[in-house]
Design a protein around this ligand. Structure first.
Ligand code: ZN
Length: 384
């Protein structure tokens, strides 16, 4: 059976596991663990605190440092409110493309890696090859964070990681981070005719947004001269301002949804410190002078760290060689790559399928994308 046929068969099984982020991924993890164990891999299943989800870390070849990680997330985005031509959890082939939720983001890559496992197992002599399949990437890289933490605790230092997010097999060496927050303001309701007797949560939220606008300008000025990103600086977006019930009522509650996309870790620290100090020294004292229970609380939705382009990056150089690419690029979407980078590893993002098809109804992956991915993995075999 050809590798492409094997990959397609495995992918069909993986699509049948409806691993939407809110639901368990354990059945799929067990299935992958069985396939990899059959190929001779050592299996380590790492559960989350609820026990309903798990990461799979599997290793072929010798123990120790210096290995290569092939990484992908097992969860998919929901299909609710999407209009699909066929059942999203039953893979269908039409015109050389495979349709189903997760085909491109990113079970196609996982299927290709697992299909190649027996070939890898035969080829490996000198360095370990690891498979890292995670949970809850789509909801803020929770599983990836836990997996990287586990590596840190074990003191295991693989050298390179290839993250197979859909890039149409282009070599990606950088992306911005994505940090999402909701900041809640609790004031004191009152009659609109007596503003001094209440604490107007909407007005404090407005001051907070004004501070975000100041920060936006400061971040623009901090853009690294050699930034590879578009736009080259860290951006902030106010995604929503909510609060209040009527023209003549002082709003007691308000909240601001906002995000930032850091190009360098220092920017995120600057923003967080600045907002913390601004609230602690200015907004809160004024609010609490009227109503001691007034508060400001920031809720974190996700902090996906960026992948910083590096001058020296052995993972990028390797994958450029394997794919024959003559350059590396950056992308606007976030991945788990930056997490692995925090371990001091060289990391690159390269995988089959297009991000344009991800998260959409009728998500698909073209068979020739899987074929290109398998070619890359075959050439990788020669380096093991
Ligand atoms: Zn993805």
């Amino acid at each position: 059976m050809s590798d492409l046929q094997k990959t397609t068969d495995i992918l069909r099984d993986l699509i049948g596991f409806p691993t939407v982020s809110v639901d368990s991924n354990l059945a799929m993890i067990d299935h992958l663990a069985t396939l990899l164990a059959d190929a001779g891999a050592r299996i380590d299943i790492q559960h989350d605190p609820t026990g309903k989800k798990a990461n799979l870390f599997a290793t072929l070849g010798p123990e120790g440092d210096g290995g290569i990680i092939l990484s992908g997330h097992t969860d998919v985005v929901p299909v609710a409110d999407q209009d699909w031509t066929s059942n999203p959890f039953v893979m269908e082939e039409r015109d050389g493309a495979l349709f189903g939720r997760g085909t491109c983001d990113m079970k196609g890559f996982i299927a290709a890696c697992v299909a190649m496992a027996p070939t890898f197992a035969n080829a490996i002599t000198t360095r370990p090859l690891h498979f890292a399949f995670t949970y809850d990437e789509e909801t803020g890289c929770i599983g990836g964070g836990a997996l990287v933490e586990n590596l840190r605790e074990k003191g295991l230092r693989p050298a390179l990681a290839i993250i197979g997010e859909p890039t149409e097999m282009r070599v990606i060496e950088g992306h911005k981070g994505c940090f999402e927050y909701t900041t809640h303001f609790t004031g004191l309701e009152g009659h609109g005719s007596s503003p001094d007797l209440g604490v107007n949560a909407a007005e404090y939220a407005a001051r907070y947004v004004a501070r975000l606008l100041d920060l936006k300008d400061r971040l623009r000025a901090r853009a690294p001269a050699d930034s590879r990103f578009d736009p080259p600086w860290t951006t902030i977006n106010t995604g929503g301002i909510h609060g209040g019930v009527a023209h003549n009522v002082i709003p007691g509650k308000a909240h601001v949804d906002w995000e930032m996309r850091p190009v360098q870790p220092g920017d995120a620290e600057l923003v967080k410190r600045d907002l913390h100090d601004y609230c602690a020294n200015h907004l809160l004292p004024a609010m609490q002078a009227v109503h001691p229970d007034a508060s400001i609380r920031t809720e974190t939705w996700g902090e996906v760290v960026g992948l910083e382009p590096m001058i020296e990056n052995a993972a990028r150089d390797l994958v450029m060689e394997l794919t024959g690419a003559n350059g590396a690029d950056t992308v606007p979407f976030g991945t788990e790559a930056g997490l692995f980078q925090t371990l001091g590893m060289d990391v690159v993002v390269c995988g089959p399928g297009s991000i344009a098809q991800a998260h959409k109804p009728d998500e698909f992956i073209a068979r020739n994308q899987l074929d290109q991915c398998l070619k890359m993995l075959h050439r990788l075999t020669e380096r093991l």
